[in-house]
Design a protein around this ligand. Structure first.
Ligand SMILES: [Zn+2]
Length: 299
């Protein structure tokens, strides 16, 4: 069945050989000239297919391109967009070797664990770059998201960082906390925005279903700050009556909160309130409170 589908896909793709005239823009301001038709094997969810398409070469750049590849979303890729999406899902669910087995068992697609890893990491890198670009456009006010409708009365954000175990090459050159000085984890910074309008049977607030949205990165705090600010703007932080940010005693969290959201209410998680010697009475303080600022410097 898959082979039949694969054959049909190959025939469909062959209907357009990708010839776009004797010259096409190379993408860098030059023109690339037609050279010949070249084959490329792409792995798809139906199996590998051979794509024959027109190949152009730009003398100024010294590189070649196939306009058809860009149209199909396979420029510089050996996997179809559909298989990449499937691969990303499988790779996110567990170890790469297990993801490779899952793809073979469920879809009959055979990939090595290394290919699963490379493709998933390339997707992750591209997705992170797209998120950063979008966040920058929002914080630079080049992209203005519409406020959520209906607008919540209160918006909450919880911010924290935690160490994630990673392979040795990911921590090369980084100092660790262990006795041998080697780092075994990298800190991921995570922010979650949410609303809560109901209380449970004990009177505690309950997070609204499907109200959570996230900002996360392994990058330094100033990069994370931009992602959080953009997500806050997108969630209507500038329009709600009250924005509350929850976090532990880490100064970087409060620096982001006060610098990016001037009218925020800060809320220390209760354990840290105790660690700070009760300087925060009920866990909720005003960002401008001088006592709170001096308290933080002593953390
Ligand atoms: Zn060029």
């Amino acid at each position: 069945m898959l082979q039949a589908g694969c054959g049909m896909l190959e025939k469909l793709l062959a209907a357009d050989p990708g010839y776009r005239g004797p010259r096409v823009p190379c993408g860098q301001g030059h023109e690339a000239g037609f050279v010949s038709y070249r084959d490329k094997v792409i792995d798809t969810v139906l199996g590998p297919v051979t794509l024959t398409r027109a190949w152009y070469h730009c003398a100024a750049c010294g590189h070649g391109l196939a306009p058809r590849d860009a149209g199909l979303g396979v420029a510089g890729q050996a996997m179809s967009p559909g298989l990449r999406a499937m691969n990303d899902q499988a790779a996110a669910a567990g170890p790469f070797a297990k993801a490779a087995r899952l793809l073979e068992n469920l879809a009959g697609v055979r990939l090595t664990a290394k290919r699963v890893e490379r493709a998933a990491e390339a997707s992750g890198t591209a997705a992170a770059a797209a998120v950063r670009d979008r966040a920058r456009a929002i914080t630079d006010r080049k992209l203005i998201p519409l406020p959520p409708s209906p607008l919540p009365d209160k918006l909450y954000a919880a911010i924290d960082g935690t160490g994630v175990p990673v392979t040795a090459k990911e921590t090369a050159g980084r100092d660790g906390k262990g006795e041998d000085g080697r780092a075994r984890t990298r800190e991921v910074k995570l922010g979650v925005f949410f609303t809560q309008n109901e209380v449970d049977e004990h009177g505690y607030p309950v997070r609204d279903r499907d109200s959570s949205s996230y900002a996360a990165t392994f990058e330094p705090a100033h990069v994370f700050a931009g992602l959080v600010e953009a997500e806050g703007i997108r969630r209507g932080a500038g329009h709600v009556r009250q924005l509350t940010i929850l976090g532990d005693g880490a100064a970087w969290i409060w620096n982001i909160a006060t610098a990016r959201f001037p009218s925020v209410i800060l809320s220390l998680m209760i354990k840290q309130c105790c660690d700070l010697g009760g300087c925060v009475e009920d866990g909720v303080v005003d960002a401008a409170a001088a006592g709170f600022r001096s308290c933080l410097t002593g953390v």
